[in-house]
Design a protein. Structure first.
Length: 65
């Protein structure tokens, strides 16, 4: 299972688990489908920032498929 720190692993349309800014302290994960990649760099230690199809923004913690 990929952890979402490499931009090349995260694709538009992928099902992912992200942590929202408000949930960073608790670590609660939110499932969704990637609509846009927001991080420009190829690697980010906390996860690539994405926007889900429902408009929520967070960092990818896990790539489901």
């Amino acid at each position: 299972m990929m952890n979402g720190q490499n931009r090349s692993d995260v694709k538009v349309g992928s099902t992912v688990k992200i942590v929202l800014k408000a949930d960073q302290r608790t670590g609660k994960l939110t499932d969704g489908i990637v609509a846009r990649l927001l991080t420009k760099s190829s690697y980010h230690p906390h996860g690539i920032k994405v926007m889900l199809e429902d408009g929520q923004v967070g960092r990818v913690q896990e790539i489901v498929e």
